[in-house]
Design a binder for this molecule. Structure first.
Ligand SMILES: Cc1ncc(COP(=O)(O)O)c(C=O)c1O
Length: 378
């Protein structure tokens, strides 16, 4: 295909040009697992696939140092489905949310429209900032105190990362959406009751699955709401049913076997490389390169102004009006460097670059060299 865009010389380009925020790069070693005899194309109710599920659950328990009594629960539908699951099976009467970007807001929409819940309390912050819950939300109004406090660990749309800590009084649950940061940053999951995610980011797998690390209190809440007389929960969204199936190393309905197999291989790699701290260090080193580059640039700057909120796994870089970032992204794409466009609804003159653990610093250095080469030429 001919193009009027300058092409980055091959010797400058990264070895792997995938920098997208999900689906994200899948390491070659992971892809090999798909050739395992009698795995792909076999029953998810039989030993090979159920062994993969068991290994995923054990690998996650080890990676996150799961406390006694916690459960690793899986289901189909990705994180979007889990928001519906949580709305139906974890929120008793009322939720409080921190919303500071596209994904935090989507969970708010679920609890706002659920006819069996009271209106949620919502604390918001503009894109690029972090909204922080105190745990006292709702104290000032006449409605019951929230029984769920929910926030994203990380906003993929903006590259802003939140602290994770337990919120609310006795009996309240803390639910944390870690879709794009689980496996790429340190976390003490015991500060939460549900630390949930999907595997198409740090775990370098395919989409379509949700995974939730659930505290005993979250499991109790799910069991309780399963039998609540005033709530109809479709089987597909019933967390109790998912918990029962997960304990047998299966999902309620047919999963994508490739997603599970790719995730298992990534978890083994993560644990072999030193576990969560080692993964966090990889992502931090890769993202720091970009933040330092942007800070020293005349035409670029980190979008997230507060350094303590800057994500180690999704770096958003704003460009001055001298640079057409959309054209820059097109030129990178023409050179085989893909998916660095900003989040579509943010509408900024920006690049968004994922530095999940699978991305080595050498590829980030080559990406920055490619951008430096293009800037005077586009
Ligand atoms: C933070 C966050 N939450 C939720 C989602 C939705 O995940 P899924 O596509 O698996 O439903 C995404 C997707 O990118 C995300 O980044």
């Amino acid at each position: 295909m001919s193009t009027d865009l300058p092409l980055v010389p091959r010797e400058l380009r990264p070895l792997d040009g995938r920098f997208g925020c999900g689906p994200s790069r899948i390491r070659a070693d992971q892809m090999e697992v798909l050739g395992t005899p009698l795995l792909m194309g076999t029953s998810h109710r039989q030993a090979p696939v159920r062994s993969v599920v068991r290994s995923v659950r054990e690998g996650l328990a080890s990676l996150f140092d799961l406390p006694q009594g916690w459960a690793v629960v899986l289901g189909n539908g990705g994180t979007t489905a889990f928001w519906a699951v949580a709305t139906a099976c974890l929120v008793d009467k009322r939720a409080a949310h921190a919303s500071f970007g596209e994904f935090g807001h989507k969970f708010v929409t679920e609890t706002t429209t659920a006819p069996f819940l009271l209106p949620p309390v919502v604390v918001e912050a503009p894109p690029g900032e972090v909204a922080l819950l105190t745990g006292d939300e709702g104290d000032a109004d006449d409605l019951p105190a929230p029984d769920v406090f929910a926030h994203p660990h990380h906003e993929t749309s903006t590259g802003a990362v939140s602290p994770v800590r337990r919120l609310g009084g006795e009996g309240a649950l803390t639910l944390v959406d870690a879709t794009s940061i689980a496996g790429g940053a340190p976390v003490d999951v015991s500060q939460t009751d549900a630390y949930y995610f999907a595997p198409q980011k740090c775990f370098g797998s395919e989409g379509g699955l949700w995974v939730a690390l659930l505290s005993p209190a979250a499991q109790d809440r799910a069991r309780h709401l399963h039998t609540a007389p005033d709530r109809w929960v479709p089987q597909f969204l019933d967390l109790s049913i998912a918990m029962d199936n997960s304990s047998k190393d299966q999902t309620l309905n047919t999963p994508a076997v490739a997603t599970l197999a790719l995730m298992e291989r990534q978890l083994a790699w993560m644990l072999d490389c030193g576990g969560l701290d080692a993964m966090a260090a990889r992502s931090r080193a890769a993202s720091d390169l970009i933040y330092r580059w942007a800070e020293s640039s005349d035409v670029a700057s980190p979008f997230v102004a507060n350094p303590s909120w800057r994500s180690p796994v999704v770096v958003t870089v704003d460009f001055s009006t001298q640079v057409d970032a959309a054209r820059l992204a097109r030129a990178l794409r023409a050179s085989g460097i893909v998916d660095v466009e900003p989040y579509r609804k943010l509408g900024r003159n920006q690049l968004r670059i994922a530095t999940f653990p699978s991305t080595p610093t050498s590829d980030v250095e080559a990406l920055l060299a490619s951008i430096d080469w293009l800037l005077p030429r586009i």
